[in-house]
Design a protein around this ligand. Structure first.
Ligand code: ZN
Length: 413
């Protein structure tokens, strides 16, 4: 495997053997007819022999739900709408922020502050007024997922967290529905089609979520904006194939994209006979508590942070009083460059994990750790306390809390 693929393959069950492609039957029955307007609009599809009238009518009859109207959901919704998918559901509880616009191209400057689902609906109406859009401005969770998914033929998963990914997978397996999955981080993307009836599910590929804090999110590690289009458009490509039965979808295969190298590779993913939800003897027969399953911070970090968390305002008071503290920023150098707390010493998280940072900590001063939002510093607090710095603390909410509570003139990211 390429070295930069290392962040996921540790948890993925893939076999680097010659892959094979699989044709599947069409998912959706064709609509009765296309209007003269629709024939004009979709003419560049209709003259492709493999698509033609029948496949276009299947798209018209299709109901596709996009989970998330963010980085992947933005290009996915635009192309699904343009392609003539008749009904599009959009579920997203979030509102558009300025930092979204670098990649979430379905939203614009004037949408800042609006719910993403509503902004996406308006943009889809402009791209193709024939599409019926159903919006859900809510969190997808175990209480609403089955009822919402049941109304759609296919799900496009554009979520950015492990709890929702396992939730989407399990709901789709339990309902017998296919879904198109995509994932992005910095320059790396992955995509696959999970349809337990015909191949593996997400749990066959990733039996366990990574330990909390081990795989950084895009908010923590960043993502190249255009990578969203590369992976989101592959998801739409696969959605069209599954709906129409044209071509060989990525079921049973994982597509790995490296934007720096500019390489696409596919590897085979086998159905795991022992898979807890789609295997021979499933132990998961209903939805579980996905937040608890995936965790947000590890148990060690939770324990370390309990009673040892200070607020940004308390840190400010300590600094003003000239308290004898050693303030450590555990983020990465490029984050430190964007915004930092005056007086903080940069020692990135990895140097604590390898142990080399511990010798740089003074024994006679109180250690105060901070990161961007408090998750990484809680993890490092556990390491530091373990090394004997019993009175060490970390700043809840990190530098973001410092900006909002102490110095709102500083930038946030
Ligand atoms: Zn499975």
């Amino acid at each position: 495997m390429h070295h930069r693929a290392g962040w996921f393959c540790q948890w993925a069950r893939i076999s680097i053997t010659r892959e094979f492609a699989l044709s599947l039957p069409p998912l959706v029955e064709p609509a009765a007819e296309l209007s003269a307007d629709e024939v004009r609009r979709y003419s560049r599809h209709l003259i492709i022999p493999e698509i033609g009238m029948t496949a276009q009518k299947r798209l018209k009859n299709a109901k596709v739900l996009c989970v998330g109207a963010g980085g992947l959901g933005s290009p996915a919704l635009l192309y699904l709408a343009a392609a003539g998918v008749g009904t599009l559901g959009v579920i997203d509880f979030d509102v558009v922020e300025e930092s979204n616009l670098q990649r979430q191209i379905i939203h614009g400057q004037s949408d800042i502050g609006r719910p993403k689902a509503e902004s996406a609906r308006d943009r889809v109406a402009e791209v193709n007024p024939n599409v019926k859009v159903v919006t859900y401005v809510e969190h997808l969770d175990s209480d609403n997922v089955m009822e919402i998914f049941a109304q759609y033929d296919l799900i496009v998963d554009g979520t950015d967290n492990f709890a929702t990914r396992y939730l989407v997978n399990d709901a789709c397996v339990l309902l017998g529905k296919p879904y198109v999955w995509g994932s992005i981080y910095r320059f790396d993307g992955q995509a696959s089609v999970f349809w337990a009836e015909y191949g593996p599910c997400y749990r066959c590929l990733y039996p366990e979520p990574p330990p909390p804090g081990m795989v950084p999110s895009c908010a923590e590690g960043g993502v190249l904006g255009v990578l969203c289009a590369s992976i989101g458009s592959i998801q739409v490509n696969e959605a069209i194939k599954v709906i129409t039965g044209v071509g060989e979808p990525l079921a049973g295969r994982l597509m790995i994209y490296d934007a720096l190298e500019m390489s696409y590779r596919t590897v085979k993913v086998r159905k795991d006979p022992e898979c807890p939800i789609c295997g021979k003897n499933p132990t998961i027969t209903e939805l579980i508590d996905y937040e608890a399953f995936c965790g947000t911070v590890s148990a060690d970090a939770q324990q370390a942070a309990s009673g040892s968390t200070i607020t940004a305002a308390e840190l400010k008071a300590m600094l003003d009083a000239d308290d004898d503290i050693f303030l450590v920023d555990v983020r990465e150098p490029n984050e430190y460059e964007i915004v930092s707390i005056p007086g903080a010493v940069l020692i990135p998280k990895d140097q604590f994990l390898t142990g080399e940072a511990l010798s740089r900590l003074p024994q006679d001063r109180r250690i105060v750790l901070h990161c961007k939002s408090g998750a990484r510093s809680a993890e490092i607090l556990a390491v530091v306390k373990d090394a004997g710095f019993a009175d060490a603390v970390h700043v809840g909410g990190g530098v973001l809390a410092w900006v909002s509570q102490v110095d709102p003139t500083l930038p946030v990211y």
